[in-house]
Design a protein around this ligand. Structure first.
Ligand code: FE2
Ligand code: FE2
Length: 188
């Protein structure tokens, strides 16, 4: 790492850059907004994986909406309420991800073309309530694994993206738990 003059040691490993260097660097590429010279991740790759996550979230919104409107049977009302809540939360995730892509200087891909291919999770309609819940559970488990991998990839190179992904992962885990509970309730 260059430009370490005037730094002071913090414990035994990190060095803080001096104020003058920080200010100079901040001025240099102001058009890059939040992306400073200190950004450690490979930005193109981060944008690419975030666009895959965006496609995954959009597919999940569509699938949950379909399930919400198609839910029928004696348990339909409570299950449909859960489907709708998940749909809205997946939409929230999509928005967070799109926002982060823009902050990173990328463009969020909302194109319907290739959407299902970019998505990790699948759009499966399901023919009855149990099928729908099972398909949603499969999709959540796919999302959980892929968010975990993304977090490991980003690691400490982009803490903001990582924190966002960790928040989303925690909610996908909640979604999976909700779905397991629904299946258990319906098996009674
Ligand atoms: Fe999500
Ligand atoms: Fe989810």
């Amino acid at each position: 790492m260059a430009e370490q003059s005037g730094t002071k040691p913090v414990s035994d490993k990190t060095f803080l850059t001096d104020v003058k260097t920080l200010r100079e660097r901040a001025r240099k590429h102001i058009e890059q907004g939040a992306i400073t010279d200190g950004y450690k991740a490979d930005r193109d790759t981060v944008v690419k994986i975030l666009n895959e996550a965006l496609a995954t979230e959009i597919i999940c919104v569509l699938r949950y909406k379909r399930h919400y409107f198609m839910a029928t049977g004696i348990n339909a009302e409570s299950v449909a309420t859960e489907f709708l809540q998940h749909a809205n939360e997946e939409q929230g995730h999509a928005d967070l991800i799109a926002q982060r892509i823009v902050q990173l200087g990328g463009e969020p891909n909302f194109s319907p073309e290739g959407l299902a291919t970019r998505s990790h999770a699948e759009y499966v309609e399901g023919s009855n309530l149990i099928d729908m819940i099972k398909e949603d559970l499969v999709a959540e488990r796919i999302a959980i694994d892929s968010y975990r991998e993304m977090i490991a990839y980003v690691n400490t190179d982009d803490p903001t993206t990582r924190r966002m992904l960790e928040g989303i992962l925690a909610m996908e885990e909640e979604h999976a738990n909700d779905l397991v509970s629904l299946l258990e309730t319906m098996a009674r």
